[in-house]
Design a protein around this ligand. Structure first.
Ligand code: AP5
Length: 221
């Protein structure tokens, strides 16, 4: 049965950073709903243009649109053994839809690491974040700087600051997270899947704790 990991955490908690590392280590694909929306926006698809209206304000893209997009993504062959989900599910309706999709696909959620970071630290992380234009590799001006300023270490593309990392949008993203996504913490805790990870540590230490929290079936992929 395919094994899916759901990374939970506030905006800036380090989900994308850790998902990238775990994907390399496990061989499972990293699926980020935010990256798929941004990719669509770059290509100016209808989905991208629609998503942008919500993302620019820090609001969530409507459930029906997001669920359909993820359902299509998870049905692709590279998810046959599972995936690392980053940013989805983000509402109780999305969590329910995920269960239904995985039941159809013959998979299940096997662990839900919840990366905890204090709120004041989140703003600092997001305001210093740099992302590469070609592939979305993540850096931080202070905590994870690129070797050459402004250039991605991995593919040489230009680094930019995300539109929604402006302080006023960040504050709304955190508010939306607390209202709409935080209820998933109890949802997955009640199912015995939640593992709390201290995200307020150096990146390598967070990875170590996450790795130790993963079930053996995922590590052996
Ligand atoms: P999305 O792209 O998913 O953004 P997010 O969840 O707000 O998360 P972030 O990408 O901001 O943070 P992260 O936790 O991945 O942190 P990162 O690793 O980059 O969503 C964007 C928008 O798309 C949403 O607002 C919404 O509009 C829409 N959307 C997406 N999914 C949706 C869904 N399911 N339903 C509806 N709408 C949806 O790290 C942050 C920074 O900190 C980086 O600079 C990094 O280098 C640094 N850092 C990481 N770890 C550490 C550490 N341990 N110590 C110091 N610095 C660190």
């Amino acid at each position: 049965m395919a094994s899916f990991i759901v990374l939970l955490g506030a905006p800036g908690a380090g989900k994308g950073t850790q998902a990238e590392i775990l994907a390399k280590r496990t061989g499972l694909p990293h699926i980020s709903s935010g990256d798929i929306f941004r990719e669509n926006l770059k290509k100016q698809t209808e989905l991208g243009k629609l998503a942008q209206k919500y993302m620019s304000k820090g609001e969530l893209v409507p459930d029906d649109v997001t669920i359909a997009m993820i359902k299509e993504r998870l049905s692709r062959p590279d998810c046959a053994k599972g995936a690392i989900l980053d940013g989805f599910p983000r509402t109780p309706a999305q969590a329910k839809a995920l269960d239904e999709m995985l039941a159809e696909l013959g998979g299940k959620v096997v662990a839900v690491p919840f990366i905890k970071v204090p709120e004041e630290e989140l703003v600092d992380r997001l305001s210093g974040r740099l992302v590469c234009k070609a592939n979305g590799h993540i850096f931080h001006k202070k905590y994870n700087p690129p070797k050459v300023p402004g250039i991605c270490d991995y593919d040489g593309s230009e680094l930019y600051q995300r539109e929604d990392d402006k302080p006023e949008v960040v504050r709304n993203r955190i508010r939306v997270y607390l209202e709409q996504t935080a209820p998933l913490i109890d949802f997955y805790r009640a199912r015995g899947l939640l593992v709390e990870i201290d995200g307020n540590q150096p990146i390598e230490k967070v990875t170590e704790d996450l790795w130790n929290a993963l079930p053996d079936e995922v590590k052996a992929q």
